[in-house]
Design a protein around this ligand. Structure first.
Ligand code: ADP
Length: 256
């Protein structure tokens, strides 16, 4: 299986005189077809890691290669092009453009790649069908529900067939029903079409949709758990157990 992302010894400092170490020696490999969730307490470095693995930010030291290309070797212009050709982003806030219809919003990555209008319309129609939003293509974002808007944002992330979909708390602004619907769609796309997904969440239930969990603590990978062979429920309990280990140890200690 081909490697999409290779990260070696990522260190990220923030602040004046590199005061705060947000990532502390991360090594990570993401292969085609992976569905990985990064989980950890607030402030553990999840968003920083996601941003550093997806060209949004650069590490203080260490290397990130996407499709075997060192992202540091590219200038801003090349990076922009590389991003829309290889990566699809889904954010908590949807980030749709209010003055464009859902059809136009979804087509943005293809318009940026200067694809002909006919091709854009065809590809938008196909991905909208997969995400169950064919009926809202001519509406504007304000006329749609939160769930529909996030599906539209997901369609925009997927329409150019990126090498990897990068999602930061994609269900953060959705109710439970819409969250699970979106997660089921992403899982189907991963299982049936081999789309690689890298997602950040702080929620074990959401993480249980992935095939692999990376638990971060204080900028370090504390544990990696594979779902293989486990039901989603068993995987969920494994995640909860790992994520609450510190609290459980404290309870153990208090007994004495
Ligand atoms: P998480 O996503 O797990 O909540 P983040 O990656 O957002 O964690 O942040 C990790 C740590 O780095 C936090 O302590 C946060 O305050 C700090 N941090 C994040 N971004 C910046 C920034 N731009 N400048 C300074 N500190 C930052």
């Amino acid at each position: 299986m081909s490697e999409v992302v290779a990260a070696k010894n990522l260190i990220k400092f923030y602040g004046d005189k590199n005061k705060f170490k947000a990532l502390d020696g991360i090594n990570l490999s993401i292969n085609e077809g992976d569905y990985i969730c990064i989980m950890g307490p607030s402030g553990s470095g999840k968003t920083t890691l996601l941003n550093n693995l997806s060209t949004i930010d650069m590490p203080t030291s260490g290397t990130v290669k996407i499709n075997n290309i060192n992202v540091r070797s590219m200038n801003e212009f090349d990076l922009g092009k590389f991003r829309y050709e290889n990566l699809g982003f889904i954010f908590q806030e949807f980030n749709l453009i209010d003055s464009l219809t859902i059809r136009e919003n979804i087509g943005i990555p293809l318009a940026l790649a200067e694809k002909p209008e006919r091709e854009i319309n065809e590809r938008v129609a196909v991905i909208a069908e997969k995400l169950g939003i064919s009926d809202i293509l001519d509406k504007f974002p304000v006329e749609c529900s939160g769930g529909q808007r996030q599906r539209a944002a997901s369609a925009r992330a997927l329409v150019a067939e990126p090498k990897m979909v990068v999602a930061d708390e994609p269900t953060g602004n959705l109710d439970t029903k819409n969250s699970h619907e979106l997660l089921k769609i992403l899982r189907e796309l991963n299982e049936n079409e081999g789309i690689t997904i890298l997602m950040v969440t702080h929620d074990a239930m959401i993480a249980s949709y992935a095939k692999k969990l990376i638990l971060l603590r204080d900028g370090k990978i504390e544990e990696t758990i594979e779902r293989e062979g486990l039901t989603q429920r068993e995987f969920f309990y494994r995640i909860v157990e790992a994520a609450t280990k510190e609290s459980q140890d404290l309870f153990e200690a208090m007994k004495g």
